[in-house]
Ligand binder design. Structure first.
Ligand code: ZN
Length: 376
């Protein structure tokens, strides 16, 4: 019984489900475990931009009342890529109380606990409906979750979104926004710089202003977070074509993570304004800004019944996270959302990813208790 989540997780880790692949094999694995006499199952398939088939699953327990689900358990089915030289990537091997493999922590561990929990509960006895929601393409922009929100695929009172939080309930998170600034100059032979205009020199001016914006963002605090403000990062610059050519183009990739209560558009506007100012100060400077992503923060709900319940079960106080989750999107489909799950995000997304097996048993027990409490 106690080992069930570990066994399920070993199977799940052995099914590769990197975002670039179809997630159907994971969906199929879960479908095999759901008793059709107890669950109504809806599938929401789509094709990703590469034409790969993706699927989202919404399963709701059958109930004579036909109520909307009291509790939804949400989990993404994709993982980040892995190094082909990592021999444990798909092994699901357990060593010293840790189960290794890609996705073990982010986030098949939670999925295994969810499946172990529902297999140990008499689902038909639940008075209020329980839902299971599996999403595709979380790691590449919460695509599946956004799809389900657009389709209004479900409305649940309480929602637990699985992510590695070390079994601490998380009730708020930063948003995620991404943009690209393209600076245009004029190419020339580097022996005659006056004939051209260096996009790299202009980009340097832009970057100095971005640093100034980052300082401005740091002045607006939300003490619930670490760090307690919207962070901004220039993660990439690509410009120029050769050492002896005045650069004709330079691209700057900029990312920011807005705190709850702050519209991600606000930083975008600050960047736009600064570019307009630079163009006035440096005649001929040409730069434009494309927003690639604007995922809102995960704002805390008006009530905290679910977070309080999970905190008392786990004995861990609720907290906030600085990484993006599906919660910001799925908040539209629920009154209260909490992010919760076994493992630590700092071990995810790298070779050697693992989840402690003790946390799997603990999470399974908490999920059973939450289901029994809320859906009784
Ligand atoms: Zn995840």
């Amino acid at each position: 019984m106690k080992r069930e989540a570990v066994e399920i997780l070993s199977h799940l880790v052995a099914i590769p489900s990197v975002s670039s692949m179809s997630n159907q094999p994971v969906i199929d694995y879960v479908l095999k475990r759901l008793d059709r006499r107890a669950w109504n199952i809806d599938l929401h398939p789509y094709h990703d931009p590469a034409g790969t088939a993706k699927n989202n699953l919404v399963a709701v327990t059958k109930s004579q009342h036909g109520l909307e689900p009291e509790l939804a358990l949400v989990c993404h089915t994709d993982t980040v890529p892995f190094d082909l030289g990592w021999e444990d990537a798909l092994s699901g091997r357990v060593r010293n109380g840790k189960l290794y493999g890609r996705g073990s922590c982010d986030v098949k561990g939670f999925l295994a606990c969810m499946l172990a929990a529902i297999s140990q509960i008499d689902i038909k006895r639940l008075a209020k409906p329980l839902a299971i929601v599996l999403t595709a393409d979380e790691e590449v922009g919460c695509v599946g979750a956004k799809y389900l929100v657009r389709k209004k695929a479900i409305q649940a009172r309480y929602t637990i979104i699985g992510e590695p939080t070390g079994l601490r309930p998380v009730c708020a998170g930063k948003g995620y926004a991404l943009g690209e600034i393209v600076v245009r100059g004029k190419e020339a032979h580097s022996a005659f710089p006056a004939e051209g205009r260096s996009a790299i020199y202009d980009a340097a001016r832009v970057i100095a202003r971005l640093e100034r914006i980052a300082k401005k963002l740091a002045a607006k605090k939300n003490a619930a977070f670490d760090p307690p403000f919207t962070t901004l990062n220039v993660g990439l610059i690509r410009g120029g074509s050769a050492k002896n050519i005045v650069a004709g183009k330079c691209r700057i990739t900029v990312e920011w993570r807005p705190i709850p209560g702050q519209d991600p558009q606000w930083t975008a506007r600050l960047i736009q304004e600064e570019l307009a100012r630079l163009a006035r100060e440096y005649p001929g400077l040409e730069a434009w800004f494309d927003i690639v992503r604007l995922d809102p923060p995960f704002d805390p709900a008006a009530t905290d019944h679910l977070a309080t319940l999970l905190a008392s079960l786990s004995g861990r106080r609720s907290t906030t996270v600085s990484f993006g989750t599906e919660a910001a999107h799925l908040s539209a489909l629920t009154s209260e959302a909490v992010v919760f799950g076994p493992g630590n995000m700092t071990t995810a997304h790298k070779t050697g990813e693992f989840v402690p097996t003790a946390e799997l048993s603990e999470c399974t027990a908490h999920l059973m208790a939450v289901i029994e409490t809320l859906c009784r």
